[in-house]
Design a protein around this ligand. Structure first.
Ligand SMILES: Nc1ncnc2c1ncn2[C@@H]1O[C@H](COP(=O)(O)OP(=O)(O)O)[C@@H](O)[C@H]1O
Ligand SMILES: Nc1ccn([C@@H]2O[C@H](COP(=O)(O)OP(=O)(O)O)[C@@H](O)[C@H]2O)c(=O)n1
Length: 218
């Protein structure tokens, strides 16, 4: 029997990660946080002080970086043996991730790493192109979004709660800039798959979004 896949794509701060983790836990399925792969590459590129305009050098880092994901209660990510979990969630990391994610060759190199997460008994995959490019065969697809203002508020609150400083106006600008970059790139842009369920979570509680996604599976 084929392995079931649920894809959840959408822009930054829509709730993809939180909803995906909750649904994966309820179903007992594996979870792919594809953004963390692009984020890890961003950290590797920053660590090696690679010029963000040097496409060949960035592709080389993508090909050679060794990533380990430990998904117990909390996700722990090691890059070339070093624990980079604390840097993964920074907004600066997400912004750099969206710059390196524009490169077609980078996306090509990272494709198989993502496909390898499709393991029994099932997979919840969260990102931008899960339903369109990485798992087009998935039988359940969601496009999860919310207004940019609401997504910025959520991100702001999340950063403050984690004890990181944050500025709402700056986060709003960064989210809008990242939306633009993710939607306008040529390769695997952020777009809704034809066969996806559209959910605007602006005025929904987290619990009701999770319920709606679980209803799709049942
Ligand atoms: N429907 C919702 N209502 C209120 N807060 C939400 C909702 N969905 C997500 N959040 C909160 O917004 C923040 C960003 O969610 P996250 O899952 O990290 O988004 P994404 O993975 O799409 O960037 C988290 O703190 C999360 O708890
Ligand atoms: N499948 C994916 C996932 C992320 N990304 C890129 O990686 C960046 C960070 O992704 P993320 O999912 O961790 O970001 P958030 O939505 O959590 O802010 C995005 O802005 C995208 O540019 C991508 O191109 N394709």
């Amino acid at each position: 029997m084929s392995i079931p896949v649920l894809t959840i794509d959408g822009p930054s701060g829509a709730g993809k990660g939180t909803v995906s983790r909750a649904v994966a836990k309820r179903l007992g399925w594996n979870y792919l946080d594809s953004g963390s792969i692009y984020r890890s590459l961003a950290i590797a590129v920053l660590k090696q002080a690679v010029d963000l305009k040097d496409e060949a050098a960035i592709v080389n880092v993508a090909q050679t970086m060794a990533l380990e994901f430990d998904c117990n209660d909390e996700l722990v990510v090691r890059l070339d043996g070093e624990d980079i979990t604390a840097q993964l969630g920074l907004e600066s990391t997400g912004n750099t991730a969206s710059i390196v994610a524009v490169l077609p060759e980078v996306r090509h190199v990272l494709l198989q790493k993502q496909k390898d997460f499709k393991q029994s008994p099932g997979l919840v995959a969260d990102g931008r192109d899960m339903g369109t490019v990485v798992f087009p065969e998935a039988e359940n697809k969601v496009f999860l979004t919310a207004s940019a203002a609401e997504r910025a508020r959520r991100r702001y609150k999340q950063l403050i709660e984690k004890g990181n400083g944050a500025n709402l106006a700056q986060i709003t600008n960064e989210i809008e800039e990242r939306d633009r970059r993710d939607m306008e790139r040529k390769t695997a842009p952020l777009a809704m798959a034809n066969d996806a369920l559209y959910i605007d979570s602006s005025d929904m509680t987290l619990e009701s979004v999770i319920e709606e996604v679980l209803n799709l599976i049942r």
